[in-house]
Design a protein around this ligand. Structure first.
Ligand SMILES: C[S@@+](CC[C@H](N)C(=O)[O-])C[C@H]1O[C@@H](n2cnc3c(N)ncnc32)[C@H](O)[C@@H]1O
Length: 197
């Protein structure tokens, strides 16, 4: 894509996919691979292995370049679906994936998964939903009966508000907060509440 077309789509039309592709292609998210990001990945890996040992089926929403799947490692999942709006990120994730992984380009607010999952994970991605509670509730319908959501949110001035916004749909099972030189991040294990008709 020419520089002007890319600029127009990102800055004028504000097309999310083009903005994320541009940022991944420029390496602006390479920092997610660094040591000071390890803690939040490790907490999720720990929860997955402890709560559903064996071969859980995992759906990750906003998976980026597939870093969580790489840290979780193939023996610890039976199926891994990663979804992201950026086809640049998904191409890189796919290149490092294995035969149990499927990576898809989709917008979390409309994506319809196939099958049911033991975990649905939003690792630093729920911020980008246009309506977080609605999206999480809709996707929770694709959890298996004892399935769980894992959500991380970095502490920032709107984080309490975001946790509060999704609270009505889910019961808290557990939570862990980690502090690194980069910041503070909370990971919550959530169980969907039955919606009253
Ligand atoms: C901060 S990055 C986190 C990536 C990855 N989860 C990690 O922790 O390394 C947020 C990700 O959400 C993705 N994203 C943003 N809006 C999205 C949407 N509407 N649907 C799906 N993914 C989206 C971005 O492309 C990006 O990969």
């Amino acid at each position: 894509m020419t520089g002007f077309v890319s600029f127009f789509k990102r800055k004028i039309l504000r097309i999310d996919r083009d903005r994320w592709n541009y940022q991944y292609d420029k390496g602006l998210w390479n920092g997610l691979r660094a040591l000071d990001e390890l803690a939040r990945f490790s907490v999720i890996v720990g929860y997955v292995k402890f709560l559903k040992p064996g071969q859980p089926e995992v759906l990750e929403i906003g998976c980026g370049e597939g870093l969580l799947q790489q840290r979780l490692q193939s023996p610890n999942y039976g199926r891994y679906i990663g979804v992201d709006i950026s086809d640049s990120a998904i191409a890189r994730a796919q290149a490092d994936g294995d035969e149990k992984c499927t990576y898809l380009v989709a917008d979390m607010d409309v994506y319809q998964p196939a099958g049911a999952f033991d975990f649905i994970i939003f690792n630093e991605s729920i911020y980008y939903s246009r309506h977080p509670l609605r999206t999480m509730r809709r996707l929770a319908e694709y959890l298996k009966p004892e399935g769980l959501m894992l959500v991380t949110i970095n502490h920032h001035k709107h984080s309490d508000q975001l946790w509060e916004a999704i609270r009505p749909g889910f019961a808290l099972v557990d939570e862990t907060t980690t502090t690194t030189s980069k910041g503070i991040c909370t990971c919550k294990v959530l169980s969907p509440l039955l919606v009253q008709e």
